[in-house]
Write a protein of this length. Structure first.
Length: 80
């Protein structure tokens, strides 16, 4: 049985989006580090709602759903 067919255009779109995917991954890693820093600055007393508010005070546009995945991310474990 042959493998799945891939449109040529789809492949080139995927290749062209590599820079965007890399930037997004870097941004996510930076955010995870910042979340860990905020959590540590407040001696572990800040939860997701307070961290989200702190990020807003620092000028970042994020919502609580984006922060919810923070404790489980590998970058967060490295930051903690």
């Amino acid at each position: 049985m042959p493998g799945p067919r891939l449109r040529r255009q789809g492949f080139h779109e995927w290749v062209a989006a590599e820079a965007t995917r890399a930037r997004r991954a870097e941004t996510e890693a930076d955010l995870a580090t910042l979340l860990g820093t905020i959590h540590a600055e407040h001696r572990g007393a800040y939860g997701i709602p307070r961290i989200t508010a702190e990020l807003h005070r620092r000028g970042f546009v994020v919502n609580h759903k984006r922060n919810t995945a923070w404790p489980a991310s590998p970058a967060a474990n490295a930051a903690a």
